[in-house]
Design a binder for this molecule. Sequence first.
Ligand code: ADP
Ligand code: MG
Length: 514
Amino acid sequence: MFILSEDSQRTQGRDAQSSNIMAGKAVAESVRTTLGPRGMDKMLVDSSGEVVITNDGATILNEMDIEHPAAQMLVEVADSQEEEVGDGTTTAAVIAGNLLGEAEDLIEQDVHATTIVEGYHEAAEIALEAIAEQVNEGEVDDEILKQVAESSMTGKGTGGLTAESLAETVVEAIRHVETDEGVERENVAVHTQVGASSNATELVPGIVIDEEAAHDAMPSEVEDASIAVLDVELGVRTGEIDAEYAIDSIDQLNQAIDAEESEVQGYAETLAESGADVVFTTDDVDDRISSFLAGEGVLVFDNIGNSDARQIVSATGASRVGALDDLEESDFGAADRVRTKNYGDDDLAFVEGGAAAEAVTVFVRGGTEHVVDELERAIGDALDVVSTALASGEVVPGAGATEIAIADKVRSAAAGIEGRKQLAVTAFADALDVVPRTLAGNTGQDPIDALVDLRAAHESEGRAGLITDGEDVTIDDPFEYGVVDPADVKREAIESATEAATMIVRIDDVIAAE
Ligand code: ADP
Ligand code: MG
């Protein structure tokens, strides 16, 4: 009996499992070489020829246009990792891929999928305990935060800038938005502008938006600004211009022109008298009004984007006003300074200081589009990890040390687990080894030798990672070399990788509509 349409495709049992597992593994494999400080970059070219060069796991997977449904689940692992903690996307994808690879071997040995799933979940619990044991003892101070930022950026294309100086900027930015309630990460923006060396990257105490003054004669800088944010068209309303005048004498024509002139003049004067010296509006501004306000020393921006308007409102404390008659002084926002600056084809407005300085912008410069784009991703990750580390106050050693510790603890615990589940728990530990093994491989070392040395060092010293410094690779305590990751990044990687791998393993029937 056929219950499905003839066009639908169905794969069942082992076939379904192995096809899904293969797809998941392939995804993990595709990002493996980018892991760590010596990871390589990928160049992705889309169908329209647009090029992205990146080292960022989530970016690669999203640009790859992956279709296989099981492979898509690994992309989701990277996405949720990015969303929750902002870093560790490659790690999570690579762990998930290896959990799948280990599961495949177990299935070959006739271990049932349910047993694998149970074993993996149990192992993940033990892994979280192992992470807790690796957490730093002291306080997470600026020094450690800088290390967290730097560890997340090493290996990324940071142009001519050292990860060290960028790390300092990142920590300063996050400290700037720290309040009693916690870190207001959303108050840190990153704005990129091509055209200078990346050394010109700086921290702006306020916001930067892509807007240009409505008139050339307007001041390029206003100090102590009272800022009005309007959703008002400043001019003769479009409807009235289109209306037909039944004009049959020169007098009537002159009258109509006069009426229009005085309406325009009225708007201009109302605004000038309101006391606002910087005006942002989401609508048009008549040239005559711009010109008049320029004469009054008012800086006006017209047709600004809705999201820019929201940013200005939130940074300066202004209230958006929908009708000119409603504009009152209490609606004004404030900033120490509003200035405009031209960068070749682009004009930018800076709203800085005073109330506006509750927000802060990392103003990223770089020679080419590719450099600033990758710099923006690296800084974005660094901002995320620093705020994650600051929020929880917990960091763990990087460079594979935490993964080795997890694998060790899980492997020991496996001995006490009965039945075939023990095999699954051991397999989980083996899958975790992939991180140090990959770090070693990406630095040109023999992965097996490195793993053996690392395990031995972990046995005797307790904390041991594979630290890369330029061309040198040392096995030692990563804390002493400033290679640290937020504990939450590792937790999230374990949880999301386990979840995706177990979900894929459990599927034994794929029914695809045409
Ligand atoms: P992910 O997308 O998972 O964050 P990365 O390419 O950023 O991938 O690599 C992160 C890994 O690199 C982490 O395990 C981190 O501890 C490690 N790492 C960072 N700096 C160093 C270093 N100097 N030596 C060795 N490992 C490092
Ligand atoms: Mg990273």
